[in-house]
Design a protein around this ligand. Structure first.
Ligand SMILES: [Zn+2]
Length: 263
């Protein structure tokens, strides 16, 4: 891997990407999981190694926590005290990278919906389905109740996890959509609040999302140089990408610091 611009490293070959993907994980449970036949993790791996990928060492974790670099194909490396939560973070971000679509023609409202739907995909993977993929994982993560707890011990969902992962995803994504739109209790309210918070991020990008979506769409058609030039043009002296946007959204974050961080 090479540092293409300060603090941003490129995984140029498929072999480098596979190696990076396989060595990113801290917990034994995740190390086993990513080598399993699970169709979702296999899809993420296939997609991840297909194109040039980039990663970045966060310079200031507090300030940059709201950066969402995965949207533009740069994985921010972060250390968490709890390595099980750290692996969830990477699973979440890699889901974004593997499934993000780029549609510069969308008007702002439609673009927000595109972004929101991608957030649902990543969250379903790292906050819900993962606990069915690896049932023993839950005991190592959050002490407080999380949304998935209300389904984990129900026979119906447990049997779907063994027999029909697609149906499990369909059922729980539908329930999750309801929780976002029409929260019924405090746990669902957290999900709904987080969605509103994400909209503040989209607002920060309102004037510039078309440019970014265009550059990324061209990247996936082969214009790697155009993409790297774009990153370089938008990197601050300290290495932060799109620093003005990061700082703006950080202010939103401070205002809403009661929310749990995105993991
Ligand atoms: Zn996300």
């Amino acid at each position: 891997m090479k540092e293409i611009i300060p603090k941003i490293y490129k995984l140029e070959t498929q072999e480098e990407r596979l190696n990076f993907f396989e060595n990113l994980w801290s917990t034994d449970l995740f190390k086993i999981f990513i080598r399993s036949e699970n169709p979702v993790v296999q899809m993420i791996k296939r997609n991840y190694i297909k194109y040039p990928r980039y990663y970045y060492y966060m310079q200031d974790r507090d300030k940059e926590r709201a950066a969402f670099t995965s949207w533009y194909n740069v994985l921010s490396l972060k250390k968490y005290e709890n390595s099980y939560i750290q692996d969830l973070y990477y699973f979440h971000e890699l889901t974004h990278i593997a499934t993000m679509t780029y549609e510069p023609d969308l008007d702002f409202k439609s673009w927000c919906i595109k972004m929101r739907n991608n957030e649902v995909l990543a969250s379903m993977n790292s906050e819900v389905l993962i606990y069915f993929y690896i049932p023993e994982y839950r005991q190592y993560t959050f002490k407080e109740e999380i949304w998935v707890d209300r389904f984990l011990n129900k026979d119906y969902y447990k049997s779907l996890a063994n027999q029909d992962l697609a149906q499990l995803a369909i059922d729980l994504t539908s329930k999750r959509a309801n929780a976002y739109e029409n929260p019924k209790d405090a746990v669902e309210q957290i999900l709904s609040d987080f969605r509103q918070f994400s909209h503040l991020y989209y607002n920060v990008w309102k004037k510039h999302y078309v440019e970014l979506e265009t550059v990324l769409r061209n990247f996936y058609k082969g214009d790697v140089v155009g993409f790297e030039t774009f990153l370089q043009k938008n990197q601050s002296k300290s290495g932060i990408l799109f620093k003005d946007k990061v700082e703006k959204h950080q202010k939103n974050y401070i205002k809403r610091n009661k929310l749990r961080p995105n993991y």
